[in-house]
Design a protein around this ligand. Structure first.
Ligand code: DX5
Ligand code: ZN
Length: 222
C-alpha cells in the first residue's frame, strides 16, 4: 500500500519580511507540513532560521513543522528546534559522529527523528539506524540554496526505499522537485516532497502548484 503523498514546502522562497503570512498562504494552498531549511553558514555556505524565528510562526499555522538541520554539531541545537515547535528533526548523517545517539536523543525529546543524505553519501549509512528513523531525506541538490538544478538520483531513492522495506519510515526528497521531476522520484519510492522554487514560480499561483504537484505525484505512485 503506497503512503499518502505529502507536500512539504521549503520556506526559503517565502518573503522573510512576512514569514507568518507566507506560511499561512502555504497552509491555505493545501500543503501538508512546513519544511524549515535551517543553515548555520558552516555545514553549508548560507545562514537561515534560528529557533526563535520558527517559534514566532508556530502559533500562526496549524501544520506540522519539520526542521532540516543543515548544521554542524546538531546535538547542540536539536532541543531548541523541538521547543520552537518542530515535531520532526532531520539531521545530516555527514554532520553526526554518533548518528545512532543523536537520533535516539531526538526521539527521547518526543520528536520524530530523521536523517538527511547529501547526494554523494552512500545509502548504507542508514542500515544500522533504520529502527530509529521516521524519515529519510534524500537530497537531490547539494544543500545550501533553493532554486538549484535537480540531480537525477532516482536509483539512490530506489535503494533507500528498498532498505526501508518493512520499516515505518517515510522516504522524502529535497531539491529541484517540481512538475518535471516529481514523477521520477515518486516512482522510485518517495512519498514526501520538499519543494520550494517550483511552487512559487507557478504562474497560476500556489494553490495550483500544490494541487498539480500532488496530482502528478499520485499518478506516479507505484
Ligand atoms: C537546499 C534546500 C532546498 C530547498 C528546496 O539546502 O533544502 O533544497 O529545500 O528548494 P528548491 O525546491 O527550490 O530546490
Ligand atoms: Zn531542505
Amino acid at each position: 500500500m503506497a503512503r499518502p503523498i505529502r507536500i512539504a514546502p521549503s520556506v526559503l522562497p517565502v518573503d522573510f519580511a512576512n514569514l507568518g503570512e507566507g506560511c499561512q498562504a502555504l497552509e491555505k494552498a493545501g500543503v501538508d507540513l512546513i519544511h524549515w531549511d535551517v543553515m548555520d553558514g558552516v555545514f553549508v555556505p548560507n545562514l537561515t532560521f534560528g529557533p526563535d524565528i520558527i517559534g514566532s510562526v508556530r502559533s500562526l499555522v496549524n501544520l506540522e513543522f519539520e526542521a532540516h538541520l543543515m548544521v554542524v554539531e546538531p546535538d547542540n541545537l536539536i532541543e531548541r528546534y523541538i521547543d520552537a515547535g518542530c515535531s520532526t528533526v532531520l539531521v545530516h548523517a555527514e554532520a553526526c559522529d554518533h548518528l545512532h545517539r543523536t537520533l535516539g536523543h531526538i526521539a527521547e525529546l518526543g520528536a520524530t527523528p530523521g536523517v538527511a543524505l547529501n547526494p554523494h553519501t552512500p545509502v548504507d549509512v542508514i542500515r544500522h539506524v533504520r529502527d530509529l528513523l521516521g524519515v529519510v531525506l534524500v537530497m537531490t541538490v547539494n544543500p545550501g540554496f533553493g532554486g538549484q538544478a535537480y540531480i537525477p538520483l532516482e536509483e539512490k531513492i530506489l535503494e533507500v526505499a528498498g532498505l526501508l522495506k518493512g520499516y515505518d519510515c517515510i522516504v522524502e526528497v529535497d531539491g529541484g522537485i517540481g512538475p518535471e521531476t516529481v514523477a521520477g522520484v515518486v516512482t522510485a519510492g518517495a512519498s514526501q516532497l520538499v519543494s520550494g522554487s517550483a511552487l512559487f514560480r507557478d504562474p497560476e499561483g500556489l494553490q495550483h502548484a500544490v494541487s498539480d504537484l500532488r496530482t502528478r505525484a499520485a499518478a506516479a505512485q507505484p
